[in-house]
Ligand binder design. Structure first.
Ligand code: COA
Length: 261
């Protein structure tokens, strides 16, 4: 669906799928790919039928092997600043996107690929996947949030190890250090991703959005401010029909059905 060049966009309510589609380049990030991902986020922002977005990679080798290194050649520092900002702006848009985003990782998630994955809310990886921030080996550092989001997600020590040594780690190791939520056998990947996504799609959309915002933004301020923010959004949810439905279903001993109102 949609006429994109470097991604495939499939809208299958309640879930939308974006597949990075440059498999011969291990789905490396082109400017087109990042602009197209940004465009999909805009299109889905207020799409009430879509409750979850999944990002994945075409082929069976990579989620995304990072920024396309060919675009680094011959660029001035100022031009590169603007290019990297475009990628960062999309990662920020992902954090503000009002629905859960799941990275379904089927192979390499390196450099900008790892940075896109950690800008998602959840990461499910095949046992064949590998993670890393290899930019140091190019005389660079991660430029799309690696030093910042990894440090927050897995702690400074582990983040520095990845960013300053540039080693690749296995999916099992990524799970052990909290970089991914779940590791699944490659032959069960689709099934496991679908199961995980279905659970999110059945959840109460407004509360899911508020939980995402409270986690993402409440942790960027002092604890007492974050706690007030949490109390505020907790209170807001008492204005939703889904809260009435959720509590009634509990008392009536039935499964709730949430509508996002
Ligand atoms: N940018 C541009 N092209 C890339 C790429 C990237 N980040 N990652 C892979 N490719 C291309 C390769 O150049 C190759 O293209 P070619 O067939 O036209 O030569 C193709 O994808 C397949 O990759 P290849 O290196 O041959 O596969 P491999 O199995 O030997 O190695 C990797 C896989 C992921 C280890 C290796 O491709 C790699 O190190 N990629 C770069 C990762 C990186 O540094 N990312 C951060 C960028 S800032």
């Amino acid at each position: 669906m949609g006429s994109y060049k470097d991604i495939i966009f499939e809208r299958k309510p309640p879930v939308a799928w974006v597949t990075f589609n440059r498999p011969d380049k291990l789905n490396a990030i082109s400017l087109t790919l990042i602009e197209e991902l940004g465009d999909v986020l805009d299109k889905l922002w207020n799409d009430e039928e879509i409750r979850v977005l999944v990002l994945t990679g075409a082929g069976d080798r990579a989620f995304c092997a990072g920024a396309d290194i060919t675009m680094f050649q011959g660029k001035s520092p100022h031009t590169m600043f603007h290019i990297i900002r475009k990628i960062v702006e999309v990662t920020e848009k992902m954090e503000k996107f009002p629905k859960p985003i799941v990275a379904a990782i089927n192979g390499f998630a390196l450099g900008g690929g790892c940075e896109l994955a950690i800008s998602c809310d959840f990461r499910i990886a095949t046992d064949k996947s590998a993670f890393g921030q290899p930019e140091i080996r190019l005389g660079l550092i991660p430029g799309a949030g690696g030093t910042q989001r990894l440090s927050r997600l897995i702690g400074l020590g582990r983040a520095k190890e990845l960013c300053m040594l540039g080693d690749r780690i296995s999916a099992e190791e990524a799970y052990r250090i909290g970089l991914v939520n779940k590791v699944v056998p490659a032959d069960k990947f689709q099934e496991e991703v679908q199961k995980f996504v279905n659970r999110l799609a059945e959840g109460p959309p407004v509360a899911l959005k508020m939980a995402k915002y409270a986690c993402n933004f409440g942790t960027q301020v002092p604890l007492d401010v974050g706690l007030v923010l949490e109390s505020g959004v907790f209170g807001i949810l008492f204005g939703t029909q889904d809260m009435v439905e959720g509590t009634s279903a509990f008392l009536e001993k039935r499964q709730p059905k949430f509508f996002g109102k």
